[in-house]
Design a protein around this ligand. Structure first.
Ligand SMILES: [Zn+2]
Length: 277
């Protein structure tokens, strides 16, 4: 049998844990050694159970001198290297593994074939629920919604031209940042053309959406929705890739505005609305 190496470093680790109030059983568990080795280590340090102040209940342990990571690194690290845990029953309020070890643990855990299959199955069985969450997220986050909207419009146009975007990210090719688009549209909410019959601003980030006839009441601006409109229509630009002038002209901020969805729908085909604003 191989003799266990009670190195100075190893004994120092045992001492730290012992001083924190751990007994041989928990020291063995944390250091991944058997209990006998933990006991001998304690003896080698000339310590006895009388020297130990056992951890009582939920008393918070002192972590000012650092904390031992129970992950593969097995190092005593300063407490900033540990995440605070939500559940209160941990003796010191911190995660037992350091942030680095924890990240690695999750990386391995989530990249296994088994985990991938499980995720796939979960998605399959909870499609409705997940779709609802995604939709809610989309509706509560104007930036996400805008990005999604713009992407869909580009994909549709490219699809019509019979090309695919080859996994390229649309956002990277746009001549603006989505935040800039948001600010641009927001400024136009108060444009005279966009006010309701009482001269009030009705466009906001909650009523960005598609025209639905049954929901619409011309006399009630709370039923109205708006869409992003291309002043020179999208269909007039022939772009076969996102890396060309036509694409950039089409998606230039000066060509985009928020437009009442009903107007967009009904006037869309007729080319009577192309005035610059
Ligand atoms: Zn670690």
């Amino acid at each position: 049998m191989k003799k266990f190496d009670y190195s100075e470093d190893f004994l120092a680790q045992v001492k730290i844990l012992f001083d924190k109030g751990f007994g041989e059983r928990r020291i063995g568990k944390i250091l991944n050694i058997n209990r006998g080795i933990a006991r001998i280590s304690i003896e080698k340090l000339n310590l006895t159970s009388k020297d130990r102040t056992p951890i009582k209940g939920k008393d918070k342990m002192d972590v000012s001198n650092g904390k031992l990571c129970t992950g593969p690194c097995k190092q005593v690290l300063s407490i900033e290297n540990f995440k605070i845990v939500k559940y209160k029953n941990r003796s010191d309020g911190y995660c037992p593994k350091c942030i680095k070890c924890q990240k690695e643990y999750h990386r391995i855990k989530h990249s296994s074939e088994h985990a991938k299959n499980k995720r796939k199955e979960y998605r399959k069985n909870n499609r409705e629920k997940l779709n609802k969450i995604a939709k809610d997220n989309l509706n509560n986050n104007p930036i996400l919604k805008l990005r999604n909207n713009v992407r869909n419009a580009i994909l549709k146009q490219l699809f019509k031209s019979g090309v695919s975007k080859n996994n390229a990210s649309c956002v990277e090719y746009l001549p603006f940042k989505i935040e800039e688009l948001k600010n641009h549209l927001e400024k136009l909410f108060s444009h005279p053309d966009n006010l309701d019959m009482n001269g009030k601003i009705w466009m906001n980030w909650e009523n960005h959406g598609a025209y639905k006839k049954p929901d619409w009441d011309d006399q009630d601006s709370t039923t109205w929705v708006w869409q992003i409109d291309h002043i020179i229509p999208h269909s007039e630009f022939l772009y076969l890739s996102m890396d060309c002038d036509e694409f950039r002209k089409c998606w230039d901020l000066s060509n985009l505005r928020p437009l009442c969805a009903k107007k967009n729908q009904t006037e869309g085909g007729k080319k009577i609305r192309h005035k610059k604003i």
